[in-house]
Design a protein around this ligand. Structure first.
Ligand code: PLP
Length: 391
């Protein structure tokens, strides 16, 4: 079992820190380059841009700020609408509110839990109208649909090909929430490289971490400049304290970037482990009736950040309780955001699969340092739960 300070024998997701992290952070401390300027920030940005295959990358304090700055740089204004998944971590919805805009909630695909691109298409074609100003408007609210935030849920890529087609035709910006999917690919192209911007998170539970941290990637020079500017208090003069708009203190520190560089050096290795462990779970769970280990689409290569198990509806909570009692940390997937108090009044379009997913899906332990015998232990307990149910 691991040394991570978790109260569980098998934690859900713990960071793997056994490379050059100490060395590079010590370098920052020794040289006094600890704040938001320094060679590691530049290096980390370049490594991520090169890895994703974009021209630019801006390091920021977390994935939420990456999304917030992306929306602002793309020109999302108060009273605009932004299409978001109902099934997601809440950050990509909250950033829409930070801009004074309104979320429109969409259903998920039953297979990969990402936004249902067919329903997005139906919504845009049937419920919206393109006006002479070139923008697409929601017929019901008369608001402009300025952007969409597809989230590559648990590392699984959204069907970006179909999304690019419908959004391209309707002048809707795509801000990819790739916070969970660094290294995942859609037909050989990295998630985060399809939209106007792609946003990453290096929170402690992600495949690679800087404690807290984020990155925006883009091929658009103007967006890169705007995002960099807004993330540094919109200071326009390197010498004078001259600011030309309301900005934010959203830059990543050199210490965190140093950790990021060390983690990036290991990323492909980590993804290899995640994918091998996913295959092992899948193989071991194959004979358990009524459960399904969620898998990637045939056009996708997932980084398998999180492992998701679909179980019969009534079994979700009892199975979770059973596994938690065995000191196996499992987690329910997110409550659907359109059902939360703050978002109850917002438009939600034909949400069906997401309801089923919430009622039936749980996440299993997935740390990079998860051992084969631990996966066996998790699966044996799942089997034991279901065999007791039958008896
Ligand atoms: C889908 C999704 N979007 C956004 C975020 C926000 O990232 P951060 O926690 O770095 O702000 C997270 C998770 O942390 C996430 O899972």
């Amino acid at each position: 079992m691991s040394d991570f300070a978790s109260k569980y024998a098998i934690p859900l997701s713990e960071p793997e820190i056994s490379g050059n992290e100490w060395k590079y952070i010590k370098d920052c401390l020794d040289t006094r380059w600890v704040s938001s300027v320094g060679s590691y920030v530049n290096k980390f940005e370049k490594m991520v841009a090169d890895y994703i295959g974009t021209k630019y990358a801006v390091a920021v304090v977390n994935g939420t700020s990456a999304l917030h700055l992306s929306l602002m740089a793309c020109g999302v204004k108060p009273d605009d609408e932004v299409i978001v998944p109902a099934l997601t971590f809440i950050a990509p919805v909250n950033v829409v509110s930070y801009c004074g805009a309104h979320p429109v909630f969409m259903d998920c695909d039953r297979g990969n839990l990402c936004i249902d691109v067919h329903k997005v298409t139906d919504f845009i074609v049937n419920e919206c109208k393109r006006r002479s100003d070139g923008y697409t408007y929601n017929k019901k609210t008369n608001r402009r649909i300025k952007a969409i935030i597809p989230v590559h849920i648990f590392g699984h890529p959204t069907d970006m090909e179909a999304l690019l087609e419908i959004c391209g035709k309707n002048n809707i910006d795509i801000i990819e929430d790739a916070t969970e999917s660094i290294g995942s690919e859609h037909k050989g192209k990295m998630t985060g490289s399809f939209g106007q911007t792609g946003c990453f998170s290096f929170n402690g539970n992600k495949i690679i971490t800087t404690g807290g941290g984020g990155m925006v990637v883009t091929d658009n020079k103007e967006l890169d400049g705007k995002i960099r500017h807004l993330s540094t208090q919109a200071k326009k003069d390197p010498f004078e304290y001259d600011h030309d708009e309301i900005g934010y203190n959203y830059r990543l520190t050199n210490i965190q970037a140093a950790m990021g560089v060390a983690q990036m050096e290991r990323l492909n290795e980590f993804i290899g482990v995640k994918r091998r462990n996913a295959s092992l779970y899948k193989k071991l769970l194959k004979d358990v009736d009524d459960v399904e280990f969620l898998w990637e689409k045939n056009w996708a290569k997932s980084n398998f950040w999180f492992y998701t198990l679909r179980v019969p509806k009534g079994d979700k909570k009892p199975l979770m309780r059973f596994l938690l009692e065995k000191s196996i940390q499992v987690r329910p997937i997110w409550k659907l955001i359109h059902t939360l108090t703050m978002y109850k009044g917002c438009q939600a379009y034909a949400i069906e699969n997401a309801v089923e997913a919430y009622e039936t899906c749980i996440n299993l332990p997935c740390s990079v340092n998860l051992k084969e015998k631990e996966i066996n232990f998790v699966v044996e307990n799942i089997k034991s739960y279901f065999s007791n149910q039958v008896v």
